[in-house]
Design a protein around this ligand. Structure first.
Ligand SMILES: *[C@@H]1O[C@H](CO)[C@@H](O)[C@H](O)[C@H]1NC(C)=O
Length: 312
């Protein structure tokens, strides 16, 4: 086999590296706290759900003492056979009364890191104190040359205020844009965006829906609820920014039906949460001097073993 041929295959495999898609999930964990940590079978399922995600945006974490999330991260790392495969960043406790919860981002260290974060100051002149649980906004690095950074904006609305809170996410968009000068962001979480909380005719008043440039990847027909007798698209993923939209793997946004995937009855599944996670995949393909891709290496190995002069 000619050296030039080996070299060209090697160069090809180094130039093009198609990594596994980067999966971002949002999950209303329905009062995640010590009670769930204490049930081994519940934790096992949580861990299996989270291990699918490169970043998981958890909502309704009611970990006032701050012990349940470290326990969840430790269980996830044990499952992954490492001590720091996943890290997390948590918001402060958020809420108006003594009902308070946190947003938590669990993320895979090998593929991403936190670049910056802040809690949205809910003090818009015309709409002060709209959010019961202000977005805790995090900017992450991504393994994608075309989209090296991405802003994630979690939201868990109060059901009775869903319309006003979803609308006010547009103010959050303007705030992020001004602060970090970026267009590429994803709004995600349990918006309570269906089934009596947001009436169909009200959508035309909601700027996050009406303004151009916002792409609702989980549509109104989706079911993000575990209960068999409910069918509601509460949990959503909304993408903004051309680069971000281009990075989305077409058709990858979906609710993750974990009871079906893991063979759980409705009762068993409801011990985990009454919501499905919603998820989307981004390409992590890169052109450039990357470690060679498995496909490229396989091609190279085949070419070398066969000893025949492949021509590219
Ligand atoms: C962790 O190690 C066990 C035992 O060696 C193995 O079966 C399992 O697949 C590993 N898990 C991961 C995520 O690599």
């Amino acid at each position: 086999m000619e050296l030039s041929c080996i070299l060209s295959v090697l160069i090809f495999s180094m130039l093009y590296s198609q990594g596994a898609p980067f999966r971002i999930c949002a999950f209303n964990t329905q009062r995640f706290a010590q009670g769930k940590v204490d049930k081994a079978h519940v934790m096992d399922t949580f861990v299996k759900i989270l291990a699918r995600c490169d970043i998981a945006v958890l909502q309704e974490v009611m970990d006032a003492k701050g012990k349940a999330i470290p326990a969840l991260a430790a269980a996830l790392n044990r499952f992954e056979n490492g001590s720091d495969v996943y890290s997390y960043i948590t918001s402060p406790l958020l809420g108006r009364s003594n009902y308070q919860e946190r947003y938590v981002f669990m993320y895979r260290n090998k593929r991403t890191r936190v670049l910056d974060s802040y809690k949205y100051e809910d003090d818009h002149l015309e709409r002060p104190d709209v959010f019961a649980r202000e977005p805790f906004i995090v900017r992450f690095s991504l393994p994608n040359k075309a989209l090296p950074e991405l802003v994630l904006i979690p939201q868990h609305t109060m059901p009775s205020k869903a319309e006003a809170e979803i609308d006010a996410l547009y103010d959050v968009f303007l705030n992020v844009q001004a602060r970090w000068g970026t267009e590429d962001m994803i709004f995600l979480g349990d918006f309570n965006a269906d089934c009596g909380y947001v009436a169909k005719k009200r959508w035309s008043n909601i700027r996050l829906c009406e303004k151009p440039g916002f792409h609702w990847l989980i549509g109104d027909k989706a079911d993000t609820t575990v209960r068999e007798n409910t069918r509601c698209a509460y949990d959503r993923i909304v993408v903004h920014g051309e680069q971000c939209l281009d990075a989305v793997v077409p058709g990858s946004a979906q609710p993750f039906d974990f009871p079906k995937e893991f063979g759980l009855s409705e009762t068993e599944a409801l011990e985990i949460s009454d919501h499905y996670p919603v998820e989307v995949e981004l390409y992590s393909a890169c052109w450039g001097l990357q470690p060679a891709s498995p496909v490229g290496l396989l091609f190279l190995a085949t070419a070398m073993l066969s000893g025949t002069g492949y021509v590219i």
